[in-house]
Write a protein that binds this ligand. Structure first.
Ligand code: ADP
Ligand code: ZN
Ligand code: ZN
Length: 777
């Protein structure tokens, strides 16, 4: 290795370092000289480096280490030395660093920002690990009490609180106990422990949270012949390098059972499995099933309900190699499983939109998972009852992934009978002329189901009370729109605290701005009316039609407004699972992954909510939603029934979802996409240009489209636009878009990287670059 001089020191090695602070001119990181003492430095280590004119010391991560003579284009004499290692967080596995570099280039995001987003901030800050103490009455506590010299009144209250607590509440967190016994400090509890009246144990609250479900059924059913075939076929690829599998199985086919068998094989081979699930499906149900099956394994569950300390703790456990099974939503794809340990990746409900991150880096969790499996040289299994057309295309046209099919539901379960109700006809049967969201057919079925003691899910994928606020006089035509966005305002109701009339207010679902509901039309002074759809209104109508449904007791509303955090959702599902709650009414949050045997009816209030959006995936999303939500019933001994209200009963997405015919839908939809040169036949990237000034946004977008077009050459790339986005203004910023379409991912990636290096694409506040976008609004 040749040595160069830099300043008064010699340099044998150079390091490319990513710093979090965005350094736009160096999206791949900055080059530093490595001091001789750090010759063993490697990619993934945290370091401190001097940055800028003042050489202020900042944190960074080594992306690459290279011999100085390999970097022919670096002016060595000008290089700064990196200062040294930093121990803020454990080093990142080299494969993850490589993954970050791929994400950075494919999704056009500086590598520093990419790496920063891969590590939870709690880990970077090194938030202290919190272990909580749980206490309970010791065996023979009464004798111990009598033997104690002195028992204070506070201590007596503690003992009493534990004695009267429900069995499920014991052992109890010391902090909860102190509160219940009305203590200012936990000191009396500690005394009781030291005098042997109470026992104490220390554990993490993550485990405590999942404990109830872990205790549940862990029994292993016998595989059906179809499941057996899938397990055998995929098993043959374990420990045999990278391979890609699509598991297409109807809802309730027992896909989870297949994953669990493959996970068991992976663990038996001494390797780690990584399981990704959509954010919303990450309920104790799914996690609990895995925990119940693998009670003796170290499992890390990374979900949004974790505190910073828990997140840090779970992360460190994974990073130290102690964990054998990692499960989590999108960002769990970055779990720091040590290199060489990962043996299987599972992506459940691979079609789910929540795998796409909507801020930089705008990556797709499923696609990153494929890349991760490639780097780890292990199989990846993607499962769904409604595969994304991208995955379906890869399995059936490109044949880059193997297709495995489960056509039947698991033994004893039947697919629900789905009735499509033409709502235009149904409306004629209303007994009065009031506006109803639930037609007689659906309302009747709900009553029958409740009378039979079974449970119901009612879906309307619209938050709020009503989505149309307008002048009561049609001739006036005034309609309430957001001042800052190109969108209508949505009416919401706040529950009344004292039983009086509920308060109504309006909110914009794009900028979240809120206002009071005006009583009079600002244009003509007449009354203002609210019309249209909203899940709150469905809830109101359900209470009116079915007196046995009491909001908050036998009926719960599940949407982003009523569920503030993971604990709320966990609690609501628990009450439904125990049968206290008879009906859940909600948005898509109830459409995914739930497995409750008591559900015998699913109602879809309006299947058209997404069907007419100006987005080429509108039909695909509608198909998915209708299929997935109907799939939530019939998971018990009785076949279920689904009633789908729609104004477009002939739309293929609705008709074929009702017939459980994904393959026919996919064939029809793929043919259409092919005709128009849309994904998955081609790859797409979308650049949204945003500016407070409409004219400026247009000029910037025009310049961008021109510069992009100039470099197309014979790549087969097509640049379209600029044109206004479907929502032309959000939060006072005008939005113009330029669409880039390419024959395949490799061509698109190369083209975008070249555009970035040439300074044409400068992702940031003004330009949002979205590769393989899933939302086109
Ligand atoms: P999916 O994930 O495909 O929707 P699940 O794995 O949730 O389906 O399976 C649906 C139900 O069927 C679950 O309650 C599961 O325990 C049960 N099940 C799965 N496989 C079998 C089997 N081979 N025999 C009996 N029951 C099964
Ligand atoms: Zn707005
Ligand atoms: Zn008016």
């Amino acid at each position: 290795m040749s040595l160069f001089a830099s300043g008064d020191r010699t340099v044998g090695l150079l390091a490319q370092v990513a710093v979090e602070r965005s350094v736009d001119r160096y999206p791949d990181g900055l080059t530093y000289a490595v001091p001789p003492a750090l010759a063993d430095l490697r990619a993934g280590e945290h370091v401190r480096v001097p940055l800028g004119r003042g050489d202020s010391s900042v944190e960074g991560m080594v992306v690459r280490v290279m011999p100085a003579d390999a970097a022919s284009n670096v002016p060595l004499a000008k290089l700064k030395f990196l200062e040294g290692r930093s121990t803020a967080a454990p080093p990142m596995p080299a494969q993850l660093v490589e993954l970050a570099q791929w994400i950075s280039s494919y999704y056009v995001c500086p590598v520093g920002m990419t790496l920063a987003s891969m590590t939870p901030s709690a880990v970077k800050r090194g938030v202290g690990t919190v272990t909580r103490t749980f206490v309970d009455l010791a065996a023979g506590w009464e004798d111990a009490m009598r033997a104690a010299k002195r028992v204070t009144p506070q201590q007596k209250r503690v003992v009493e609180a534990l004695r009267t607590a429900a069995p499920s509440e014991r052992p109890m967190d010391v902090r909860d106990l102190a509160e219940r016994a009305d203590l200012g400090t936990p000191e009396p509890v500690k005394r009781l422990v030291s005098s042997g009246i109470l026992t104490s144990e220390r554990r993490t609250s993550v485990e405590a949270e999942w404990r109830a479900e872990r205790a549940g059924a862990g029994a292993m059913p016998e595989l059906t012949p179809a499941q057996r075939t899938v397990v055998d076929d995929v098993r043959a690829t374990l420990n045999a390098g990278f391979s890609q599998h699509l598991l297409f199985g109807v809802t309730g086919a027992g896909k989870t059972e297949v994953y669990m068998r493959l996970i068991a094989e992976t663990l038996a081979a001494g390797r780690t499995a990584l399981v990704l699930v959509p954010e919303i499906a990450l309920t104790p149900q799914t996690g609990g099933r895995l925990l119940a099956r693998f009670p003796h394994e170290r499992v890390a569950i990374l979900h949004s309900g974790l505190t910073a300390a828990q997140r840090n703790q779970q992360w460190n456990m994974v990073s130290s190699g102690q964990v054998r099974l990692v499960m989590g939503a999108r960002s769990a794809v970055f779990a720091p499983i040590p290199d060489g340990q990962l043996g299987l990746v599972v992506v459940d409900e691979e079609h789910d939109g929540s795998y796409k991150q909507d801020q930089m880096p705008r990556y797709h969790g499923r696609d990153v998972a494929i890349r991760r499996a490639q780097l780890a040289q292990c199989p990846i299994v993607m499962g769904s009852a409604t595969p994304s057309l991208e995955s379906w295309f890869n399995a059936t046209e490109r044949r880059t992934s193997a297709l495995h099919v489960l056509r039947e539901r698991a033994p004893g379960l039947r697919l629900p009978h789905v009735e499509v109700v033409d709502f235009a006809e149904e409306r004629k049967r209303f007994p009065d002329n009031r506006v109803h969201l639930l037609g007689p057919r659906l309302a009747g079925a709900i009553q029958e189901t409740l009378d039979a003691g079974a449970q119901v899910l009612v879906l309307l994928n619209r938050r709020g009370y009503a989505n149309w606020i307008a002048c009561a006089d049609h001739r006036c035509g005034w309609m309430m729109r957001c001042d800052r966005c190109d969108a209508g305002m949505i009416c919401h109701k706040l529950p009344s605290s004292n039983g009086g009339a509920a308060t109504q207010y309006v909110r914009c679902h794009h900028c979240q701005g809120e206002q009071r509901l005006p009583r009079h039309c600002p244009s003509c002074g007449k009354q203002v009316s609210v019309f249209g759809l909203g899940v709150q209104r469905v809830e109101e109508e359900l209470s009116r039609l079915h007196p046995s449904l009491v909001a908050g007791q036998t009926m719960l509303r599940i949407d982003a407004d009523s569920m503030h955090d993971a604990a709320d959702f966990h609690d609501a599902l628990g009450r439904f699972g125990r049968g206290e709650v008879k009906l859940l009414v909600g948005t898509q949050m109830i459409a995914k992954g739930l497995d409750f045997p008591g559900v015998r009816l699913v109602g879809v209030v309006n299947a058209d909510t997404a069907l007419n959006l100006p987005d080429f995936r509108a039909a695909e999303r509608t198909f998915q939603l209708v299929s997935q939500v109907s799939g939530r019933c019939g998971r018990g001994a009785d076949a279920g029934r689904a009633i789908v209200q729609t104004f477009q009963p002939e739309a293929p997405a609705i008709r074929l979802a009702a017939a459980h015919d994904f393959e026919a839908f996919a064939a029809e939809e793929l043919a259409l996409r092919g005709k128009f040169g849309l994904p998955p036949w081609r790859r797409m990237a979308r650049v949204v240009v945003r500016d407070a000034d409409e004219e400026k946004a247009r000029e910037l977008a025009e310049a961008l489209a021109r510069e992009l077009s100039a470099t197309v050459g014979d790549t087969g790339i097509v640049v379209a636009g600029p044109m206004p986005c479907p929502i032309a203004r959000i939060a006072d910023r005008w939005r113009m878009q330029v669409e880039i379409s390419a024959p395949n991912a490799a061509v698109l990636g190369k083209y975008l990287t070249a555009a970035r290096n040439a300074g044409v694409l400068r992702p940031g506040e003004t330009y949002a670059v979205d590769v393989d976008p899933v939302a086109l609004m």
